[in-house]
Design a protein around this ligand. Structure first.
Ligand code: FAD
Length: 654
């Protein structure tokens, strides 16, 4: 059927939302040569960090490295704008080492804007998107549409609040916390996507009228304090310890400015008393809102209620920029009223006379449970409609950026008639996160964690380039220059590992005595440097100190060689486990099975499988409520039915 509206503009792809998901999505489609319109509510708030301007941390840093390995920008921007860098979990194994950067919030946003503005295929537009245009046959706007029969219809474009229509072959929604957003300070609320920014109207209703299910979540942010009103001499200083480490694998991005310190204070008995006395005034405890917030960023009220035996909680004071006095009070999110917040802050040592610049607040918003998506992040109901970021029920800039890249990549592939790209749990945290999102019935904001990956020893930050850059190059996301850098690094790494495996240290060498006493183990005759490295407490830096390794080799090469050698045994075992699981988990499951008819499945498994419709055994195994016994029953049923011709898998994923 022909269109009734004339498009104001025509793009290949339209991205709705200029947050972390939207920017990464738009830059990905643009990099693949597609004309991309990025529509956002406020062009002055591109890639804004409304909570802590910090990038990375456990598992999140692995995601950032992965996005960088695929040509995304979050890593290099975090490097360029870092105020302070630290390695978290440094005392533990490399699987959980994590780089974290406190970034300059305004600089980060400005640099992202510059990148977008200088991308030839990106057009920035300020507008509120309120509707979705789909092909006319979608008069079947039935919420009962069975997605196993394929998509209901095809996307044609977007409508804006002021009545314009823009057409595109693919649309990526990345609306963050804005859909029917409502912010709360104590018992007071107002319509807003985040403080100072209007909520998005209309889109939730548009999605619902197309049969999508939406739910509500919440998140919160702590108060900001004026640094000039803080007595820093009373606080514990936390200087940077990782200025020489980078998220980006591209050496051209390896620059660092002077680092700033963060500071540590603690809650006191006065803080705890004030909170306990006023608990009924917070929206959650007072019963004003009941949507779920992120479990891993609890409010200070939650911490005091849940850990009532703890006398004190750490609060970190983190700078938000070089040219702003704003200090972010990490660990001090609160739903208490504004007038109590200042009183509460002043119970903290060093903050007795502090000035509060912005109060803490919570935001409630609509999200789209991601079980309505394919692993490509395309919706099951509407061909060409993708969603990414907080809208899919996640929390965090890193999670959003990674999904943005995947949605952008697959939107481009759809248009270019190339195969869908889905990432597996074994190869990346990106794959782990998306698999969790599209298969699990998640009811609270999802944050990536190392414990979510069964392959965490393999999915490290240091090897994200080895895992993903060859794919990124094949897909056209990595340019020739980056590819050359990648090859140079891999050659240097292999060369160094070969040298360490073959060069020996004789027991008679002067350094041998030092290593013997450090490891409390004798060296008989001689030992390879690799075996020396496998001993506890010996690191490549020790070899450098004693002239047994080349100090001029880049840090990622030195450390990559050490990790590969030191953990080779564990890595081998984990690889074997992965291969075993892979054999079963990659086995496809047709999308159009009526699980209700499989009597050998438990009732719960039938319900979950009917609702989620996993595409493989690997996905089915992740579903809460689907046991190993159910998987065996399903396998037997499938084998018995393999000859039946009426099973038509909808789409092939990589
Ligand atoms: C109060 C608060 C507290 C937070 N706390 C945490 C935390 O503790 N930990 C954590 O990891 N993360 C936290 N976050 C979340 C973090 O900000 C997000 O996870 C991240 O920004 C999500 O990125 P996104 O791209 O999905 O969405 P956003 O960054 O929210 O960007 C959404 C974009 O979409 C645009 N938009 C929305 N609707 C429309 C429309 N209809 N038309 C046009 N444009 C539209 C907006 O203008 C915005 O540019 C918090 C966010 C807020 C607001």
């Amino acid at each position: 059927m022909s269109r009734r509206l004339n498009p104001t503009e025509i793009f290949d792809v339209i991205v709705v939302g200029g947050g972390h998901a939207g920017c990464e999505a738009a830059l990905t489609t643009a990099r693949l040569g597609l004309s991309t319109g990025l529509f956002t509510l406020n062009l002055d708030r591109i890639a804004w960090q409304p909570c802590n301007p910090a990038v990375g941390g456990p598992a999140k840093s692995q995601l950032v490295h992965e996005v960088d390995a695929l040509g995304g920008v979050i890593g290099r921007l975090a490097d360029e704008t870092a105020l302070q860098k630290r390695i978290l979990n440094a005392s533990r194994g490399p699987a959980v080492w994590a780089l974290r950067a406190q970034t300059d919030k305004r600089l980060y946003a400005n640099k992202m804007l510059e990148i977008l503005q200088s991308s030839p295929n990106v057009a920035l537009r300020e507008a509120m998107v309120t509707g979705l245009e789909v092909e006319e046959n979608s008069t079947i706007k039935s919420s009962n549409w069975d997605t196993s029969q394929g998509p209901l219809t095809k996307i044609l474009g977007i409508k804006t609040y002021f009545g314009s229509f823009y057409s595109a072959k693919a649309i990526i929604l990345t609306t963050g916390t804005f859909l029917r957003g409502k912010i709360w300070v104590g018992g007071q609320s107002m319509s807003a996507g985040r403080a100072g920014e209007q909520a998005a109207e209309g889109l939730t209703e548009a999605l619902r009228s197309l049969g999508f299910q939406t739910e509500r979540l919440k998140t919160g942010t702590p108060p900001r304090v004026d640094r000039r009103s803080i007595c820093f001499s009373q606080l514990e200083e936390q200087p940077s310890d990782a200025a020489n480490r980078f998220f980006s694998f591209d050496p051209n991005n390896w620059k660092s400015e002077n680092q700033m310190s963060c500071y540590l204070t603690r809650t006191t008995s006065s803080t705890h008393k004030l909170i306990k006395d006023n608990l009924h005034l917070s929206p959650i405890y007072g019963g004003f809102i009941d949507s779920k917030g992120p479990r891993y960023c609890p409010s200070i009220e939650d911490k005091i209620v849940r850990f009532s035996d703890k006398e004190s909680h750490q609060i970190f004071l983190e700078p938000e920029g070089r040219n702003t006095p704003e200090i972010y009070m990490q660990g001090f999110s609160t739903g208490l009223p504004e007038n109590l917040q200042l009183e509460l802050l002043r119970t903290l040592p060093g903050l007795e006379n502090c000035v509060m610049l912005r109060p803490a607040y919570a935001v409630e918003y609509d999200y789209l449970p991601a079980t309505q998506l394919l692993p490509s992040l395309e919706t099951k109901r509407i061909s060409g409609l993708f969603t990414a970021g907080q809208l899919n029920g996640t929390t965090g800039y890193e999670e959003a950026a990674a999904q943005g890249l995947v949605a952008g990549l697959n939107a481009a592939h759809l248009i270019l008639n190339r195969p869908t790209i889905s990432f597996s749990r074994e190869e990346s945290y990106i794959g782990t996160m998306i698999d969790d999102l599209v298969t699990k019935d998640l009811r609270e904001p999802y944050r990536v964690l190392t414990s979510r990956s069964e392959y965490r020893l393999i999915l490290r930050g240091d090897n994200a380039d080895r895992r993903l850059t060859p794919l990124g190059y094949r897909l056209g996301l990595i340019d020739e220059n980056r590819w050359e850098q990648f090859k140079i690094k891999q050659i240097a790494l292999e060369k160094e590992k070969y040298r360490l495996e073959n060069q020996r240290l004789k027991a008679s060498d002067a350094a041998a005595k030092i290593f013997e006493s450090k490891t409390k183990a004798p060296i008989k005759g001689s030992i390879t440097l690799a075996n020396l490295l496998r001993r506890p407490n010996i690191h490549i830096t020790d070899l450098v100190t004693h002239g047994l390794a080349d100090a001029s080799l880049p840090l990622p090469v030195q450390e990559g060689a050490e990790i590969d050698i030191k953990y080779s045994g564990y890595l081998k075992r984990q690889k074997q486990q992965i291969d075993q699981v892979k054999k079963q988990s990659q086995r496809k499951i047709p999308i159009n099975i009526n699980y209700s008819n499989i009597n050998t499945l438990s009732q719960e498994a039938r319900e979950k499988l009917n609702r989620i419709r996993p595409l493989s055994f690997g996905q089915a195994a992740q579903l809460p409520g689907v046991s190993q016994a159910d998987l065996t029953a399903l396998l037997i049923w499938l084998k018995m039915n393999e000859s039946k011709k009426n099973l038509h898998p909808k789409k092939n994923c990589r």
